[in-house]
Design a protein around this ligand. Sequence first.
Ligand code: SF4
Length: 307
Amino acid sequence: MMKQRFSDQLAQCECCPRRCGVNRLEGRTGFCRIAAGAQVAHAGLHHGEEPPISGTRGSGTIFFDGCNLRCVFCQNHQISQEFHPSETKTLTTEALADEMLRLADAGAHNINLVSPSHVIFQAADAIVAARARDLAVPIVYNSNGYDSVDALRQVEGLIDIYLPDIKYLSNDLARRYSGAGNYAEVIPGVLAEMLRQVGHLEMDDHGIARRGLLVRHLVLPGAVDNSRRCLALLAQLAPATHVSIMSQYSPQYRANRYPPIDRPLTVREYDEVTDYALELGLENAFIQELDSRHRYLPDFDQDRPFE
Ligand code: SF4
């Protein structure tokens, strides 16, 4: 009898809340525009994540082409929206496992799957293959939060660290800025499921993450109320939830057509949000320097997008 692979479910894709139902195994594509093979735009050591993720040696990031959101301000738009399927590598399960092992050999503290929601099952098959070949570092699932709870349940045990965004608790904003009119309904269940699977963030004696949940929230210009609602949800989930409150917004891609996100975040907006996190009693918040925001913008047309 043939062994079942996670990717077999791509025959009627419901990997994410879009639930396109297309047969990706036959080369059809849905909203994310990716068929059966995961396409990797870039893989390398990355030092710009939160300290428990990047550590001293770097996080072994694997950036996937395509996305199940259409964020008008996406800083990775070159690979999430503007990619040409014929120009990037489509990796087999074994080749994706090879990349994971190569990054671990290069010293990565973890394997960091960036924007994996639409390739969750391809990634799951590769993790199984890499673990069989003695991959020992934690796997980080670094998603936009627009995930399928059912798909997450199926990969339980394969992911060590969940690193999701909470972008919105307003469907109006989610529709306008990301083309996802039900994001606010989806995200609470996703975060609860991730926390159930891996618990709160645990670190080793050097402050490097081993397991657990770390939620990211990017504060958007003119959307302090949205940020407040997002943080309140996290406090309700558990005051011990680790959250990274990100100040690095800058108007990328099509953001100049969508005021008020056609401008950078102000110091006052960021301070209002971080003050509110303290008021809520969120005990484990990572806060950025506002002047650090430009350091993090990648250019995927370069061989080394982060330099
Ligand atoms: S992963 Fe892609 S094809 Fe599948 S449901 Fe989501 S957007 Fe549609």
